[in-house]
Structures are given as C-alpha cells and as structure tokens.
Design a protein around this ligand. Structure first.
Ligand code: NAP
Length: 370
C-alpha cells in the first residue's frame, strides 16, 4: 500500500519521524507492505514545501541538517510553490494525502491551532497521527466523534510517555479489561529535578542542571507547574473512561513551590517525592490529581531513575500492570508516530483496533468543540 503523509512540524519530533521513515524504508515494505512518501512539510518560521509525488527524504534531511534555520524556500526553491506561500490550512484542506502527521507545539490555548487542522483532516476522512497533547487533552471526545462519523482514525501514542507504548499496550494487551485507576510519573524533567533535590540540591540549582542536561526547556513552566503532566492525565482519563473532562477538574500542584521540609519528612520516612498523576476512573465519576507525593520503597514508581517515566494501571482482569520507559526524545517520539502509522496499515492478518480498549465504540458527547 502506498501512503502519502502530510507532516506538520519539523522540530525534534518531526525530524525523528522522518529519519525513522528513511531508515526503516525496506523493513516497512517487507514486513508491512507499506511504501511511504511525505508529500508536504509545514513549519511556523521556515515555511512549507509541497511535492505531490513525494519529497526526496535523503536530500531533505541532509540539506536541513546543513542549514538548520534557513527558510525552506531558500534551501528548496524547486520544491516550493512559486509566487505563493502555502499556508498550513491550505495544505491540510486541499493537498492529496492519506495521513496527517501532526507534531507542532503543544498549546494551552485549547490545543489551537493544531486542533483545527486535525478537525479539518478528520472531516476529509483522513487518518491523523499526533504527538501534540493539546488537541487530545482539550478536545478528544469531539475529535473521536469525527473519527466515527467520517471514518479516518486518530492515534496519539506519543502524547503520553513518548515512544513508550501505553495506549497500544492497553489496546492489544488488555482488550476487554476495565482500567479502574492509574498512577504515573509522566514528566521526566520534574522527576530529574526531584531526584537532585532529594540529594540536598536546592530547587534553582536542580532546575539549572536540568536545563544544562537538555531535560528542561528555557521556559520550564509547563513542566514544573505541572501542566504537562495534567494534560497527560486528562488524555488518559478521557480515553480510558470514555468521558469528557476539562482542566478545571484536576487537582493540580506543580513542584515549583515545593519546600525543603517536605524532603526532610520524606527522607525521615525513607520515602521519595515524585510528581504523581493519579486517576480514579469510576463508573459515574472520574477524579484526577497531579501533585507531589511521598512514595515508599515498595511502590513501583519509587525507583524510577532521573528522566524516566512510569505508569501503573489497575485493571479488573489481571490486577496491576506497570509500564516504564523514556518519556521524551526526538527518536523516541518520532517512533510513536511510526508505530501509529503501522497500526493504521498493519498489513494483512495483523489488523487490530488501535485505541479503544472497551468493547463498544460508544459515542461520548462533548461540549468542547474546536
Ligand atoms: N520532544 C519530545 O520529546 C516530545 C515528547 C512527547 C510529545 N512531544 C510533543 O510533540 C510536539 C512536537 O515537539 P518537538 O519537540 O518536536 O517541538 P519543536 O522542536 O519545538 O518543534 C515544533 C515544530 O512545530 C512547528 N510549528 C509550531 N507552530 C506552528 C504553526 N503555527 N504552524 C506550523 N508549524 C508550527 C515549528 O516550526 P518552526 O520550526 O518554524 O519553529 C517546529 O517545526 C509537541 O506538541 C510536544 O509537546 C514532544
């Protein structure tokens, strides 16, 4: 099968995805019968390129590595549409593609503008794969309605724990199960900072070290104020409990104001402090919290090292299931897109239903239209 991909965003994740597609070209053909071509790439500052028969990836990757900041128009005059700047909206609504791969920045502003692009693609019956937490956290129920209505699938493995398989483990490994609750450490930056603080380093120095190691952004507020973890908790809760929820529903406290007394108390009790996302997924209620908690030695999340992520699910069939792995990275998150892509076109005899772990494709209503 030939698959045309439109890629939105060419930062860490977009590049990781393109590199993997190039590297795995043969394997994708042999194992899954998939032949991929990227027909368009759009960014905010570097512009867009559109090549209906497919971009030569080797050339594209090497030339963008040589000139990492230059506008695409300057590097690839032959691949841009002359006399006209193609907007992201034009590409999403007019270009000929099968899959929209969306990896632009996560925005707390209702997941926009990415949510609008995803909506547009789904309304055209296209499949969408994304690593962007905003659209899924703020509008999953609505976007899921569009999936059911127009037939394209929406997959978002990379939104929680990057390439570490969470949704695919649940959908393939626990079909027919009910997930009653989860507890997770879902932000590597916070985990790393808390580890250093536990060793006696103060918050500002620990944050500085996290920046130097590339774990924290120049503006770390999304991480340390707990919003990044809250978005992930919102995604998990809505998808697993088939409900429509908003950020206000979350009891949220980041690690920014955490004080030394907390650490002393934790150490005295031989515990460790983690920023824990907790979801209690009841029949008629969903309770979510994101806050620093003291975990004891026998807890699976206690030993999670540095920037790693982990999540513990409580199921009604096999009890506890623990998943742990890297929660960020260009190649890791690019891999999440690759896996979603393969899930859409797994090849004959390997088909499975990618996300919903419940038996029904229940339509759950949302007021949060985007
Ligand atoms: N990095 C990770 O480890 C990781 C892990 C899990 C999930 N994610 C999520 O994956 C997404 C991408 O992450 P990243 O690390 O690749 O981010 P990034 O390096 O900042 O790249 C973001 C890309 O999106 C483009 N973009 C931003 N706004 C746009 C707009 N309005 N129109 C068109 N393009 C736009 C940027 O264009 P310019 O190049 O012109 O700025 C850039 O190419 C984010 O939503 C992030 O939360 C990332």
């Amino acid at each position: 099968v030939k698959i045309k991909i439109l890629l939105l965003g060419f930062g860490n994740v977009g590049r990781g995805f393109c590199e993997l597609l190039s590297e795995k070209r043969e394997l994708l053909m042999q194992r899954h019968g998939i032949h991929t071509s990227i027909i368009g790439i759009s960014t905010r500052k570097r512009g867009s390129i559109y090549v209906p028969h497919g971009i030569d990836m080797e050339t594209f990757l090497s030339r963008t590595t040589e000139d990492p900041l230059l506008d695409f128009k300057q590097i690839f005059p032959e691949m841009t549409v002359k006399g006209k700047d193609l907007s992201v909206e034009d590409l999403v609504s007019l270009a000929d593609y099968d899959v929209l791969a969306e990896c632009t920045v996560t925005s707390m502003d209702g997941g926009q503008p990415a949510c609008g692009w995803i909506r547009n693609a789904l309304e055209r019956g296209k499949h969408v794969i994304t690593t962007n937490k905003g659209p899924i956290a703020f509008h999953y129920p609505y976007l899921h309605e569009l999936e059911l209505k127009y037939g394209g699938r929406l997959l978002f493995e990379g939104t929680v724990m990057s390439g570490t398989p969470v949704f695919s483990t649940l959908s393939r490994g626990l079909p027919g199960s009910r997930i009653d609750s989860f507890e997770g450490v879902l932000n590597g930056t916070c985990n790393y900072i808390l580890e250093l603080m536990q060793q006696g380093i103060d918050y500002e120095k620990a944050l500085q070290k996290a920046k130097e190691c590339g774990y924290a952004e120049a503006d770390p507020s999304m991480d340390v104020e707990g919003y990044d973890t809250a978005l992930k908790a919102l995604i998990l809760s809505q998808v697993l409990n088939e409900v429509s929820l908003s950020m206000e529903k979350i009891e949220l406290e980041g690690i920014k104001g955490i004080n030394e007394r907390f650490f002393k108390e934790a150490c005295m009790g031989k515990g460790k402090i983690r920023l824990v996302a907790r979801g209690i997924l009841g029949h008629n209620s969903t309770d979510i919290s994101v806050k620093p908690e003291v975990l004891q030695k026998d807890h699976p999340l206690y030993n999670l090292p540095g920037p790693m992520n982990g999540i513990l699910f409580h199921s009604d069939t096999i009890g506890q299931v623990y998943i742990s792995g890297r929660g960020a990275g260009s190649r890791e998150t690019g891999f999440a897109l690759l896996r979603d892509l393969i899930s859409l076109f797994p090849g004959e005899g390997q088909k499975f239903k990618p996300i919903n772990i419940r038996e029904s494709e229940k339509l759950f209503r949302s007021d949060h239209r985007c």
